[in-house]
Design a protein around this ligand. Structure first.
Ligand code: MRU
Length: 353
């Protein structure tokens, strides 16, 4: 762990290629501490993803792409004539780092395809250029989604968001928080209610920090406070990101998102999902087929490092849930907006037929 001189601590720079290595702003300790974890190898990178140093679907994809560059450098240095088989093992290691966010597999597939067409001796410069393109394209997609999502909001409103779908979770700017940033700049958002998002507190730590940095009024609330807020008529929209969207429009996102969608429908609150097309998995027919990560139950039985549950009690820690397409009002992507998603609309968006 090092803090490199000259690297600014800012949510838009959570994943940085710097001085021939990968620097990750450590999201486990923000905002109390600002430090970077440096990855020199594919193994470092895979560990950083598994351990949540970096998290959020698009950010994981970008990170894995840079991980392939680190892997190629090491394999090529070790054997400049026969590096491809070893590199394939490293890509498998990166793919095993977390199971749900499809952006990880999307980015690795893109790096693999790029690699297949490479014929020059040293693959590293070209792979680095491709990883940088993945990174920049994601940031640009977020800007586009910001405009498209903001255009859907007609009157000045308060909104709820869940987890962190901001710059920290992406290549920059954010998906759900990108929409919120653009809508706030257009005078359409008064206040954001950020669900704290147990057990990792991505909402109270990361979303609250990001919104503060952007000068957007934010109120943190316990996850279970959303229902009463909606019942008081205080919010017009729920705006969230996604880790994987199935071909029928079912949306997988941070655990608790499904509950928010049910509440939103009951209270007449609109439900918007902002996600790049790299989050859409046309190979998965419906949400029930998406692998849901289960993490260590100690994450639930402790809070802020202190044990709260009794020793020996059972716990469960599913990290994501699936919101059925029928509860989603809009999916906003960089290619356009889908209202009331279904299989035909997803097919049209992704394949133009
Ligand atoms: O477990 P995490 O923190 O990686 O989960 C992240 C989320 O659920 C985000 O909402 C999702 O990845 C969208 S990020 C733009």
């Amino acid at each position: 762990m090092e803090t490199p001189a000259g690297l600014a601590v800012h949510p838009d720079h959570a994943v940085v290629w710097h001085d021939h290595n990968l620097y990750l702003l450590d999201q486990r300790v923000l905002p109390a501490e600002s430090r970077f974890v440096v990855c020199h190898t594919a193994a470092d990178t895979a560990r950083a993803i598994t351990d949540m140093v970096v998290r959020g679907a698009p950010a994981i994809g970008v990170t894995a792409a840079y991980g392939v560059v680190l892997a190629a450098r090491e394999r090529y240095r070790t054997d400049p004539h026969d590096w491809r088989a070893g590199l394939e093992q490293d890509i498998e290691l990166l793919a095993a780092s977390r199971p749900t966010a499809v952006n990880l597999f999307w980015a690795l597939r893109r790096m693999r395809a790029f690699l297949a067409d490479l014929d020059q001796l040293d693959p590293v410069p070209a792979l680095l250029a491709e990883a940088r393109r993945i990174h920049m394209e994601d940031a640009a997609a977020n800007r586009t989604m910001g405009d498209l999502g903001a255009a859907l909001i007609n009157t000045e409103t308060d909104v709820i968001t869940h987890c962190n779908a901001g710059a920290l979770a992406t290549g920059g700017y954010g998906t759900a928080l990108g929409v919120i940033r653009s809508a706030h700049a257009a005078g359409k958002i008064r206040r954001v209610y950020a669900d704290e998002t147990r057990p990792w507190l991505q909402g109270s730590r990361l979303t609250a920090w990001e919104l503060q940095q952007s000068g957007i009024p934010v109120t943190v609330q316990a996850d279970n406070a959303a229902a009463s807020l909606m019942a008081q008529g205080k919010v017009g929209w729920v705006i969230v990101g996604s880790d994987r969207i199935a071909a029928n429009g079912d949306v997988c996102n941070k655990i608790g998102t499904y509950a928010l969608a049910v509440l939103a429908r009951h209270h007449g609150v609109r439900f918007m999902v902002a996600a790049p097309t790299s989050t859409i998995d046309m190979q998965v027919e419906k949400g029930a087929q998406i692998p849901i990560e289960e993490r260590d139950t100690d994450e639930v039985l402790a809070c802020g490092g202190a044990r709260v549950g009794p020793e020996g009690v059972q716990a469960r820690n599913p990290v994501f849930d699936v919101t059925p397409a029928a509860l989603v009002d809009y999916i906003v992507t960089e290619r356009g907006v889908i209202e009331r998603p279904d299989a035909a609309k997803l097919q049209q968006l992704m394949h133009g037929r």
